[in-house]
Write a protein that binds this ligand. Sequence first.
Ligand SMILES: CC(=O)SCCNC(=O)CCNC(=O)[C@H](O)C(C)(C)COP(=O)(O)OP(=O)(O)OC[C@H]1O[C@@H](n2cnc3c(N)ncnc32)[C@H](O)[C@@H]1OP(=O)(O)O
Length: 187
Amino acid sequence: MIVSIPASTGNTTFAKKQMSAKTPKESRTVVTDLVLPSETNPIGNMFGGELLARMDRAASIAARRHSRRIVVTVSVNHVAFNKMIPLGSVVTVEANVSRAFKSSMEIFMDVWIEDRESGMRSKANEAIYTFVAVDEMGNTVPVPELIPETKLEKERFVAALRRKQLSLVLAGKMQPNEATELKALFS
Ligand SMILES: CC(=O)SCCNC(=O)CCNC(=O)[C@H](O)C(C)(C)COP(=O)(O)OP(=O)(O)OC[C@H]1O[C@@H](n2cnc3c(N)ncnc32)[C@H](O)[C@@H]1OP(=O)(O)O
């Protein structure tokens, strides 16, 4: 997904404010919607592609709120379809920026479904996408730092560098011997 917002007002105070470090809760994005018949497979469960699209939209909003720039999906790093999501389910995608690098942001998504009678939520899926902030010409631009606050945010922040290196190695954009954080796991 590509999301566009006005990139600059030409006002330096505005630009500085855009670049100050932010916490995950400042860009947290929660999207709740039903599963309709047109979004299901022949056995009445939600299509994986529909969920991927919903997650892409939620993640792009979180990345845009964090960076206040145009953001594009550069990589879908991890998706786990752990649980079927039946027709009529109420599905909530919660997207949090887990780490910001120079121009890229890792977005961690937790997907929940809600029991109709009890209202209890259970975790159905999770996914990790990477977005990059760009200008109107498509050139990468810097993003604000992320300051994790909770224990979970701190864990995801630390692991994000390993995931970035793994993603870059798999994409052929980094040599395995340069992936120092990844190698440290095995030493
Ligand atoms: C048709 C479709 O693609 S539909 C999906 C919509 N998305 C798009 O259209 C995006 C298409 N891609 C692009 O325009 C370009 O690849 C860009 C602008 C995203 C990146 O351009 P690049 O020349 O690769 O820039 P560069 O190599 O500097 O990478 C930019 C950042 O992305 C990171 N990155 C690049 N590829 C990956 C990857 N596979 N996994 C994780 N991070 C990645 C880089 O590490 C870098 O991060 P940093 O600046 O935070 O250190």
